[in-house]
Design a protein around this ligand. Structure first.
Ligand SMILES: Nc1ncnc2c1ncn2[C@@H]1O[C@H](COP(=O)(O)OP(=O)(O)OP(=O)(O)O)[C@@H](O)[C@H]1O
Length: 247
């Protein structure tokens, strides 16, 4: 059994069937991409895989445990972190605090006083370590809303990593980024991939083909292909699904 597996997932909203039959598997230590044209059901699939929507059918197994229908906080506690397409940062606080609040060390504190957070060397040290990983240590004391867009994306990833996950889901991380910021983000993912298993939803095919070990192609609520980027380039279904249009 793979590290993370979904089998036969179904999801409908009223009469609209969005996920008809989604099965995918992710091996530990790999980067797995999910791609597909607009409206194919990628985001819904992501929400179902991370517990934000309960599936109407099918099964999700993470590290041998059935997590189908579990709540997002239960899934997070089991070691799965996710970023959001819409950024989820505390803009009025400094970068370091955004990361610190997501650390297990912070949650372990018996009291909830943010005021002396910066006095806690263990927390500050751990947050700086995560910021180092994503190349943002020099921004630690800047306010989150003062960061350029690309660095905000990196901060979002830092927040996801702060929980020390075993599996990280990233939802369209290149969305809204220019060429240089996209390149920096690809470098960041290359740096962290040795320490994490990553699932990446992405519109940008070049970005995904560059980074992913395996990719699931979703179309019409189904996985029409799951393969390595090299093999997918030869796949007639992928060619027929007009995915070139979203690149
Ligand atoms: N909560 C909801 N209620 C009703 N319909 C929904 C809901 N969420 C998504 N849908 C519909 O499901 C379909 C797939 O949407 P989804 O956002 O999952 O696709 P996507 O592949 O992520 O698309 P995009 O790349 O444009 O974000 C769309 O037709 C959308 O309108």
């Amino acid at each position: 059994m793979a590290f993370f597996e979904a089998n036969g997932l179904r999801k409908r909203f009223g009469a609209r069937v969005v996920l008809e039959n989604i099965s995918l598997s992710v091996e530990q230590g790999t980067v797995h991409g999910i791609m597909g044209p607009n409206g194919a059901g990628k985001t819904t699939c992501f929400h179902v895989l991370t517990g934000h929507h309960a599936p109407d059918g099918g099964k999700i197994v993470f590290d041998g445990q059935d997590i189908t229908g579990k709540k997002p906080y239960q899934i997070a506690r089991m070691g799965i972190s996710r970023s959001f397409q819409i950024m989820n940062l505390f803009d009025d606080t400094v970068v370091l605090e955004n990361v610190a609040l997501a650390l297990p060390e912070f949650r372990e504190r018996a009291f909830d006083v943010v005021g002396d957070l910066f006095e806690d060397r263990r927390i500050v040290g751990a947050a700086l370590e995560v910021l180092e990983q994503v190349g943002l240590a020099h921004r630690a004391w800047d306010k989150a809303d003062s960061l350029p867009y690309g660095e905000r994306r990196a901060l979002e990833i830092a927040v996801a990593l702060a929980a020390r996950p075993r599996l990280v889901f990233l939802d369209e991380p290149t969305s809204g980024l220019g060429t240089e910021a996209t390149r920096n983000l690809a470098d960041l993912i290359r740096r962290i991939r040795k320490d994490y298993t990553i699932v990446l939803i992405e519109h940008d095919m070049r970005f995904l083909f560059d980074l992913a070990d395996t990719i699931s192609v979703i179309h019409w609520g189904q996985v029409i292909a799951e393969d390595t980027p090299q093999n997918l380039q030869q796949n007639k279904w992928v060619a027929r699904s007009a995915l070139g249009e979203v690149a």
